[in-house]
Design a protein around this ligand. Structure first.
Ligand code: PNS
Length: 167
């Protein structure tokens, strides 16, 4: 039988528990999920971790889930998805404010590759305010990010901001 393969693309700088929640929801629906860190993000932001470190953190966070693969890609998302035979692109939708940008990207992606479908997933309500950019800012300014990222990401953030890790 044909496997259902999906791509969950993003910047993941860093992976938050909101992303993790979306990943755990998608793997219930597909056979294989590729969490793909974009080297060519549409809206480049001031980065925290290099691409390979973001991939490594995603791998560590989902070490218990063999159907989740973490990798990076450059160039167009649809080219990557087609090459990996993934006809589903998944994006998390937190609020109405996300909608315009996501809808535009979805339609552009489908214009570029009509066979692709874009699925929007709603995260758990308690994660709807979370974003990587806010988590980066809180971490950078000395705030506690324990509630927003998994321990492996927290440890790496502490190291990046040169603070001793807390247990
Ligand atoms: O987490 P982000 O930064 O909101 O993710 C945006 C991402 C990576 C999904 C988007 O920028 C993207 O798909 N980049 C790859 C380049 C591409 O295909 N651009 C055309 C998008 S319509």
């Amino acid at each position: 039988m044909k496997k259902t393969i999906a791509v969950y693309p993003g910047s993941f700088d860093p992976l938050t528990i909101g992303h993790e929640d979306i990943v755990r929801r998608i793997v219930r629906l597909v056979d294989h999920l590729i969490v793909a860190v974009a080297e060519t993000a549409t809206q480049p932001k001031s980065g925290l971790f290099p691409i390979d470190e973001r991939v490594e953190l995603i791998r560590s966070a989902f070490a218990d889930e063999p159907r989740v693969e973490a990798t990076s890609f450059c160039g167009l998302l649809v080219d990557f998805a087609r090459a990996r035979k993934a006809r589903i692109i998944v994006r998390g939708l937190r609020a109405v404010s996300d909608f315009e940008y996501e809808f535009q990207m979805a339609l552009m992606n489908r214009s570029l590759w009509p066979e692709v479908e874009v699925l929007f997933m709603a995260p758990a309500t308690r994660h709807t305010f979370l974003s990587s950019s806010l988590v980066r800012e809180v971490g950078r300014l000395g705030g506690d990010v324990t509630d927003f990222v998994s321990p492996v990401v927290k440890a790496r953030m502490d190291r990046a901001f040169e603070r001793p890790a807390t247990d």
